[in-house]
Design a protein around this ligand. Structure first.
Ligand SMILES: Cc1cc2nc3c(=O)[nH]c(=O)nc-3n(C[C@H](O)[C@H](O)[C@H](O)COP(=O)(O)O)c2cc1C
Length: 213
């Protein structure tokens, strides 16, 4: 067993469930994380509520300042808090409602803040190479209508985090919740069950053997 395996698993929870206690997506996240914590009681969970972190879309000045930090490898700067948290996590969990065919804007702004050159990715031979530790991401979402093929939220995040090193991207989506006559209780119960099953599957993958984590 290598040294890294013996450290507690670090889970970053990027929370974009803006409606808080009313959020059905937050319920999915609760089912996933609750089961994961039962199976892996030692895991370190860091929740980052994306809409409360004060992240502003990058403007020219912020971009210049960040490029200077990248050039100097100054990873302790407070401007890179989100990027460092991403870099250090073993598993990334993102929960975001389906808004306007994707997700709330705070998710895209968060992506701007984790895409940090020389910390979370680098170009080698004109190709991007991910430098984050996380190889797995779980994306939880709920939608009012059927998502269908217009899955810009999960599709975008799969591609973006793939560039940072994520190889296994899992999505648990419950859609059609706002349709007339939607059986919301049954749909949500099914989603929560899938989320819990995924937690068990990932826990076993990350650390097979008698001591799950
Ligand atoms: C600002 C906003 C935008 C939305 N855009 C869409 C949309 O494009 N497609 C859709 O099917 N539902 C859309 N919905 C409905 C939500 O996806 C749905 O109610 C979801 O379950 C809300 O998640 P929550 O309970 O976690 O907040 C939108 C809701 C809001 C508030």
């Amino acid at each position: 067993m290598n040294q890294e395996r013996m450290l507690p698993m670090k889970v970053l929870f990027a929370d974009a469930c803006i409606r808080g206690e009313l959020s059905r997506t937050a319920r999915l996240a609760g089912a996933f994380l609750g089961r994961l914590q039962e199976v892996c009681p030692d895991l370190e969970l860091l929740r980052q509520p994306l809409w409360e972190m004060g992240l502003q879309p990058l403007d020219a000045g912020a971009l210049r300042a960040r490029e200077a930090l990248c050039d100097a490898s100054d990873w302790d700067s407070p401007a890179l808090t989100a990027a460092r948290a991403y870099h250090d996590s073993d598993l990334v969990v993102i929960a975001a409602p389906y808004w306007d065919l994707s997700f709330p804007a705070c998710v895209k702004v968060w992506v701007e803040y984790i895409f940090v050159r020389n910390l979370n990715f680098v170009y080698r031979n004109d190709r991007p190479v991910g430098l984050g530790r996380a190889r797995r991401c779980v994306y939880l979402t709920t939608a009012g209508s059927p998502i269908g093929a217009d899955d810009w939220g999960a599709g975008y995040l799969r591609a973006a985090l793939g560039l940072l090193g994520v190889r296994d991207f899992h999505c648990v989506a419950v859609d059609g919740l706002d349709l007339l006559n939607a059986r919301v209780g049954a749909l949500m119960a099914g989603g929560e069950q899938r989320a819990r099953a995924l937690a068990e599957e990932l826990a076993a993958e990350i650390s097979p053997g008698p001591a799950p984590c």
